[in-house]
Design a binder for this molecule. Structure first.
Ligand code: HEC
Ligand code: HEC
Ligand code: HEC
Length: 453
């Protein structure tokens, strides 16, 4: 077959695939049409799916949209998903809503951008979509048109998305893997579906799609590295079912520290999910990580011994002569960090001993840079892990010296080669970093919807 024939065939296929019918409008359903228990279930699910934060501008009306979702291609604004009949989804039937979740198509038949993570939400069951629909349709309607997306031609043409879907999108509700337990399947359903963990934890290709063979192999989000959750996990003490359960349940674990940046919000959002579901997620994630290699287990044992015998000792590697970067970094560490990070104060409010830190052991310096520059802001109204930011007090060369020291003293590895470049780019705003209280609990689901009752 000639290339021309192929192109024509592809184009014709695409055109057929690209056309989606509109689904007729309905009268906005009345609150009494929905069972209260279903609405409450939908509230929990909306929180797990992070619908609230992505469709709400901070401090603004819930679900009214307009939050800018930056992508490498341009800015996409989340839509109004309140039941307003004109500007929201008030005229959407449940079938139209389920189609949006399953196929990424709006009621009128337009393709939606995958900034709305329907590549994960496609797995959500009809039943759970019913609960989400019940919850959203019983929110306060807000009459506000979403802002237009800022995308260059041809990406601003929605038809292009038909091609993207053809290449990268696997449509269909979750199907149990028969060889796995019910608990594992429940975990896979939540992690890969509503939880859309891979949206941050899986690397993406140049067209913004998650790389197929690299599921949960480590990605990025909002200026942070989202660490690998597979065999490549940088955690010095390998994760177990129980430590994952605790971290996802409470936002921290003594062997791993506190969930920072966007992950703080994720753990807050899981807050009202029952323990059994969190446990299922841990079962699935730990299976993705697999049995840790013997060297990792040995290394972890070594770290534990070190922590129990020289608690509070500040490691000075041999290379840390006064005139080397590690030497200068060691001095800064002692002056600025050691009081909190000598490991003598318990998690989550004391700083982690960096022998345990995924951040210091990770292949990218990004999260260490973010934490050093911006610190951890206090959560309002309750105790949280707090760290001051050093953006104003440490010069760039001091930060890179400090990072070289952390890397060598606590991870036993050479300095990150890209630390200086990433530091400059982060200071210059090239990686806009979302700085959040690391304790997500106060934005947890108990508060979701509080302002729109
Ligand atoms: C990472 C951010 C993000 C998350 C999380 C998210 N959305 Fe969205 N959503 C968007 C964006 C951005 C759009 C607009 C896409 C476009 O313009 O094509 C959108 C579009 C939609 C639409 C289409 C609305 C319309 O008028 O066309 C629906 C319905 C929707 N989202 C529902 C949900 C639900 C339900 C959840 C939670 C289960 C959710 N979204 C979670 C970002 C998000
Ligand atoms: C919005 C992006 C985002 C989403 C969605 C997300 N994560 Fe994360 N995750 C991150 C970031 C960023 C970090 C690094 C946090 C830090 O530096 O403390 C992280 C860290 C983690 C860690 C700690 C890894 C380590 O070695 O320290 C675990 C475990 C984890 N995430 C599990 C999950 C699971 C399970 C889900 C789905 C329920 C999920 N994440 C969803 C961004 C995300
Ligand atoms: C006032 C106490 C305090 C000071 C001073 C402080 N930190 Fe922290 N830091 C914390 C707390 C609390 C956390 C959150 C708990 C945790 O995960 O370690 C944290 C977290 C971190 C993390 C994330 C660790 C992980 O893997 O989860 C890094 C990296 C970090 N700090 C680096 C530094 C560096 C470098 C300095 C010195 C320039 C410093 N901190 C000074 C309190 C402090």
């Amino acid at each position: 077959m000639s290339v021309a024939v192929l192109v024509v065939a592809f184009g014709a296929g695409l055109f057929a695939y690209a056309r989606k019918p509109a689904i007729g409008p309905v009268q906005p359903p009345h609150r009494s049409a929905f069972d209260q228990a279903l609405i409450e279930k939908g509230a929990v699910l909306a929180s797990v799916g992070n619908c609230t934060s992505c469709h709400t501008r901070p401090g603004d009306r819930s679900f009214a949209g307009g939050l800018a979702v930056p992508t490498p291609f341009g800015t996409i604004y989340s839509t109004n998903i309140t039941p307003d009949p004109e500007t929201g989804i008030g005229r959407w039937s449940q079938a139209a809503f389920t189609r949006a979740m399953r196929e990424g198509v709006d009621r009128a038949g337009n393709h939606l951008y995958p900034a709305f993570p329907y590549d994960h939400f496609t797995l959500v069951s009809d039943k759970d979509n019913g609960a989400l629909y019940a919850y959203l349709m019983t929110r306060q309607p807000v009459n506000r048109r979403p802002r237009a997306n800022e995308l260059p031609f041809p990406l601003n043409v929605r038809l292009v998305l038909a091609g993207w879907k053809l290449l990268f999108f696997d449509k269909g509700a979750y199907r149990d893997v028969a060889s796995q337990s019910a608990e594992w399947n429940r975990g896979a359903y939540l992690v890969n579906g509503l939880g859309h963990c891979g949206a941050c934890h899986t690397p993406r290709n140049r067209l913004g799609a998650e790389k197929k063979g690299s599921h949960l192999a480590g990605g990025e989000a909002e200026g942070w590295a989202a660490f690998a959750l597979d065999a490549g996990s940088p955690a010095p003490v390998p994760w177990t079912h129980d430590s994952l359960f605790a971290y996802l349940r409470q936002g921290w674990h003594a062997d791993h520290g506190v969930a920072n940046g966007p992950m703080g919000e994720v753990t807050g959002n899981l807050g009202r999910l029952p323990d059994a579901d969190i446990s299922a997620m841990a079962t699935y994630v730990v299976s993705r990580m697999g049995e840790p290699a013997p060297q990792r287990v040995a290394k972890a044992r070594e770290i534990r011994t070190k922590l129990s015998t020289d608690a509070g000792a500040i490691p000075i590697p041999v290379s840390a002569k006064a005139e080397t970067p590690t030497g200068r970094g060691a001095v800064i560490f002692q002056a600025a960090c050691a009081t909190c990070h000598d490991g003598s104060r318990p998690q989550p409010f004391g700083g982690l001993d960096f022998h345990l830190s995924s951040t210091v052991n990770a292949p990218s310096p990004q999260n260490a840079i973010n934490t050093v520059l911006f610190g951890l802001p206090a959560a309002s109204g309750r105790q949280s892990a707090i760290m001051p930011g050093f953006a104003a007090t440490l010069r760039d060369d001091q930060v890179t010296d400090l990072l070289a020291y952390l890397r060598e003293a606590f991870a036993g590895q050479p300095a990150w080669p890209d630390a200086a470049d990433r530091l400059a780019a982060t200071r210059g705003g090239k990686y806009p970093v979302s700085v959040r209280p690391s304790d997500g609990i106060e934005r947890g689901p108990a508060n979701v919807g509080a302002q729109d009752k």
